[in-house]
Design a protein around this ligand. Structure first.
Ligand SMILES: CC(C)(COP(=O)(O)OP(=O)(O)OC[C@H]1O[C@@H](n2cnc3c(N)ncnc32)[C@H](O)[C@@H]1OP(=O)(O)O)[C@@H](O)C(=O)NCCC(=O)NCCS
Length: 335
């Protein structure tokens, strides 16, 4: 068996900054409420006409990741693209990236695991590298949430939290004897599928049905979130799956050099940090600037942390995510 490593990281966020005060102009909310409950100060939203989309942002992030890995699009053997907000119902973002980057007829796989999408995708890439089937897998998390949120007071419990952006990494065969991606751990619990969900358009809520009902009060194509329920489950599952990852490698929380949680909510990150007793400088959060960018949040954070020199060779980096499904997972990396 081979082992894999992350050989390049990149991210892209749209230029358009939307502050909490901007949101309070279109719905009944305020900066104090949002900051107190989520830690978010601002987020980025695609502006109509700025040339961005989920797959285009994915390409922008990927180009940076490839350059930092010292690779060209021809070197990539597979694309894994995670998003819950694709440009089109089908086909998925993977083939769009393959086309836009002029890649060979390599496989393009789309992963639909919402906030855990990136962690799931890294795990998929890791398996293909381990078996020796591929050498370089491009993993992308990208989201255009702003195109699909309810920016009225009715949707405020959800729409203030989410933002747009993309992150990408190249997962490559590890030529060194040690280190790299040590292990990945994935879980799901479908009985909670309705607690954070977007019902339509889909085959259960097909477009003609939605148009015919035209019910302005019960709109299944905006996301629904049972916030407190999600919060309670998130803190438990995050902690479990981090512990699982560390124990599988004979490590403890004291060994962590950098913990990058999915940027769900700053209060969730802080809760887990305190539970694990990890020092502030060992946890990377940027939700304050970008909100929750779902599948993009970990790779954006990873890329920013790397740019800021917070990840050095030999560091133990732990990634963990939780989200709709529910699904959750962790990745333990010796950088
Ligand atoms: C969403 C979340 C911030 C809401 O915080 P909360 O303390 O649970 O708030 P509640 O939903 O109980 O709402 C409390 C009140 O604030 C109001 N409220 C909701 N959103 C608001 C907003 N954006 N601005 C102002 N008030 C708001 C509610 O209407 C409610 O008012 P009421 O008491 O008059 O009925 C919180 O539950 C949370 O972060 N959950 C986890 C979400 C998450 O991480 N999702 C991503 C998972 S990957």
């Amino acid at each position: 068996m081979y082992s894999s490593k992350i050989s390049g990281v990149g991210h892209y966020v749209p230029e358009n900054v939307v502050t909490n005060d901007d949101l309070s102009k279109v719905m009944d909310t305020n900066d104090a409420w949002i900051q107190e409950r989520t830690g978010i100060k601002e987020r980025r939203h695609i502006k109509k006409g700025d040339g961005n989309s989920t797959s285009i942002m994915g390409v922008k992030a990927s180009k940076i990741a490839l350059e930092r890995a010292g690779l060209t699009p021809d070197d990539i053997d597979m694309i894994v693209f995670a998003t819950l907000s694709p440009d089109m119902y089908f086909p998925g973002g993977g083939v769009q990236v393959q086309e836009m980057m002029g890649m060979r007829t390599i496989p393009a796989l789309d992963v639909r695991n919402q906030c855990s999408g990136f962690v799931y995708s890294v795990s998929v890439a890791d398996q293909f590298i381990k078996t020796g089937m591929y050498k370089h897998v491009l993993v992308i998390g990208s989201e255009n949430h702003s195109g699909g949120l309810d920016f009225t007071t009715r949707g405020r419990g959800v729409s203030v939290i989410f933002g747009d952006g993309a992150g990408a990494v190249v997962v490559s065969r590890n030529e060194r004897e040690k280190g790299g991606i040590l292990s990945t751990h994935l879980h799901s619990e479908g009985k909670h599928k309705d607690e954070l969900a977007l019902q339509g358009p889909a085959t259960q809520h097909w477009v003609p049905e939605i148009i015919a009902a035209n019910d302005q009060e019960n709109i299944p194509y905006y996301p629904h979130m049972n916030g407190q329920f999600v919060f309670k489950h998130a803190v438990v599952r995050f902690s479990e799956v981090i512990k699982e990852g560390l124990e599988a490698n004979g490590l403890t929380t004291a060994d962590i050099d950098l913990f990058i949680p999915h940027q769900a909510n700053l209060r969730i990150s802080q809760y887990i940090q305190h539970k694990m007793k990890v020092a502030d400088e060992k946890v990377f959060n940027n939700i304050q600037k970008y909100g929750n960018t779902t599948a993009a949040s970990i790779p954006i954070a990873l890329s920013e942390a790397w740019e800021q020199g917070k990840i050095k060779d030999g560091d133990l980096v732990v990634l963990a995510a939780f989200g709709s499904g529910f699904t959750w997972g962790s990745v333990v990396i010796r950088w």
